[in-house]
Design a protein around this ligand. Structure first.
Ligand SMILES: [Zn+2]
Length: 137
């Protein structure tokens, strides 16, 4: 730095000018540390989504009954004579299965559909067999 009185060079570590003896205060710029403002972090409020459980599907008793009747009917339908029962079981199986399929919000619709198919097959076999017997005897 330089002396403010005479303008001669004064080393930085010296407070007095070696030329004129004037006190030299280093014109050190005051370094202002910038105040760091921590941004207020707002934690987003977490709202747990309201879970509304879906209405549990009711068991499809009709569909199951229809399928069971359909299986039984299909098994019996091959036995001549006994397959007369299929006219009842197959018909009931068909009705129960159709009801089971038509009911809303029920599980086991697949069973009800299987019941319709099996009951229909059983009835077809039985009808075919009686038709065959009726035309040949
Ligand atoms: Zn000086």
């Amino acid at each position: 730095m330089y002396c403010t009185s005479c303008g001669s060079y004064v080393p930085d570590n010296q407070g007095i000018c070696p030329n004129c003896g004037a006190a030299v205060t280093p014109a050190q710029p005051v370094y202002q540390q910038p105040v760091y403002q921590q941004p207020a972090y707002q934690q987003p409020a977490y709202h747990a989504p309201i879970y509304t459980p879906a209405e549990a599907p009711r068991s499809n008793g009709m569909g199951t009954a229809g399928m069971v009747l359909g299986i039984v009917s299909t098994c019996i339908s091959w036995i001549p004579g006994i397959n007369v029962i299929v006219f009842i079981t197959g018909f009931l199986g068909l009705i129960f299965s159709i009801v089971g399929v038509c009911r809303r919000n029920v599980s086991g619709k697949g069973r009800a559909i299987a019941g319709i198919i099996l009951s229909a097959i059983a009835l077809l076999i039985t009808f075919a067999m009686y038709y065959y017997i009726g035309t040949n005897y």
